[in-house]
Design a binder for this molecule. Structure first.
Ligand SMILES: [Zn+2]
Length: 424
């Protein structure tokens, strides 16, 4: 929590935050929302306009009386830089304060040289996109990481999809290099925040987002709180078990959901089926080369009705449905949002997952549940990191408590009972 010394500084943050959240708004609406004194609002708005943080736009139509000038946030006042990556792609973008993507670059993830090479690539991508955008005032850098992220310390603890990505002090590395405050978050949590505020999550306070790929993660929002846990490890959905036994997982356990239903499992299954002589249109999608087949091709072939691929995808839906049923029973969400990439398998896939959830989860929790594909097509990880950075930037600070409350006087401690009786 940020602190300020004077009430007037706090009020200024409140005005700015209200304009960001509800803008465009008039001064009268700011009064109605904050109940700050009108003269205070006028003074603070004037200062914010002079500083370039707010801008005025044409008078609002007000049939009830005098037309009022509207205020909104100056989107160009500052920018944030967001980097999203996984074992396939690195994406870096510069976003303005309205979260409009100003510049974006994408490149394949370089896994050839280990940790140092990948870290250097992430920094190089951030550098390139900043240079391309020509922005000067960068409020923060956010990194959406596919691994298990300790967001409080800004460290990636481990990754089950990028083997060497362990104990990476990402925040420190970026802050040393760029001298800009940096936030590191798990990709699943970043996308969860984005889908909740801008996508299919519809601002629900109880929401679970399933991030799907080689790894499977979940972002869990309960009663409006994004859950982290003791080691920031809430949401390691891919390492929950839906069956006893099963294939080995990269985490060292066996039978994990992502080992059974992740993209790696899909590719392994289709290759095995083809090696055993099965016919599938996915082979022509991969230009006749088994090595080129991706899980996404299998999803698309299933949607097109390919029999082998449909069977594989139905099995994925079944296992994912069992996992989601457990999440529904544990967290009672209003909505479960599935990674948009799963939409490649079509609505049938969504229906298959839903049928399993309806069968397995408690009927009370399923009654009001909605299961849907994510809707943010364009870089939800970047948008999520942008939201997280801006929420941090526009956070309303608390008034610093008086000094005597911060450093309470140490009173003479009473002697413990046993000591007292011994003295007597
Ligand atoms: Zn595992």
């Amino acid at each position: 929590m940020k602190h300020v010394d004077r009430k007037v500084d706090r009020d200024k943050h409140i005005v700015e935050a209200v304009v960001r959240r509800f803008g465009p708004v008039s001064r009268v609406q700011i009064y109605e929302l904050t109940r700050l004194r009108p003269t205070t609002i006028s003074t603070l708005v004037r200062e914010l306009l002079q500083e370039g943080k707010l801008v005025e736009s044409g008078p609002a139509d007000n049939p009830m009386g005098r037309k009022q000038t509207l205020l909104h946030l100056n989107g160009e006042y500052g920018s944030v830089v967001a980097v999203e990556f996984d074992e396939e792609t690195v994406v870096a973008g510069v976003l303005d304060l309205h979260l409009r993507i100003q510049e974006i670059i994408k490149e394949p993830t370089d896994l050839s040289g280990g940790l140092e090479t990948l870290l250097e690539q992430l920094q190089a991508c951030a550098r390139k996109v900043i240079r391309k955008s020509k922005v000067s005032s960068i409020l923060g850098i956010g990194i959406a990481d596919p691994g298990l992220v300790d967001s409080r310390r800004g460290i990636t603890t481990t990754s089950s999809t990028i083997e060497f990505w362990k104990q990476v002090p990402l925040r420190q590395a970026f802050e040393t290099e760029f001298k800009i405050p940096t936030v590191v978050e798990s990709k699943a949590r970043a996308k969860t925040v984005a889908e909740r505020m801008l996508g299919a999550g519809n601002k629900f306070d109880n929401l679970i987002y399933i991030d799907y790929g080689a790894g499977i993660g979940a972002g869990v929002i309960v009663d409006g709180h994004l859950l982290y846990g003791q080691d920031c490890a809430v949401g390691e959905f891919g390492h929950t078990h839906v069956t006893e036994g099963g294939p080995a997982c990269k985490c060292g356990s066996i039978g994990c959901l992502e080992a059974i239903a992740g993209t790696g499992a899909i590719v392994a299954r289709i290759r095995k089926a083809l090696a055993e002589g099965a016919q599938s249109q996915v082979l022509s999608m991969a230009a006749g080369d088994v090595e080129n087949i991706t899980a996404w091709m299998v999803l698309m072939a299933a949607k097109a009705g390919d029999k082998i691929c449909s069977n594989i995808v139905a099995e994925v839906a079944n296992n994912l449905g069992l996992g989601v049923s457990n999440l529904v029973n544990l967290f009672n969400p209003a909505v479960v949002v599935l990674d948009k990439r799963l939409e490649m398998a079509g609505d049938l896939f969504l229906d298959q997952v839903l049928q399993v959830v309806k069968r397995q989860a408690l009927s009370n929790s399923v009654a009001g549940l909605s299961l849907t594909f994510a809707t943010l097509g364009n870089e939800p990880g970047l948008l999520g990191m942008g939201l997280i950075l801006l929420d941090k930037h526009f956070e309303i600070p608390a008034l610093r408590p008086p000094r005597f409350m911060i450093e309470p006087v140490q009173l003479m401690p009473a002697a413990p009972e046993s000591t007292r009786s011994a003295v007597v």
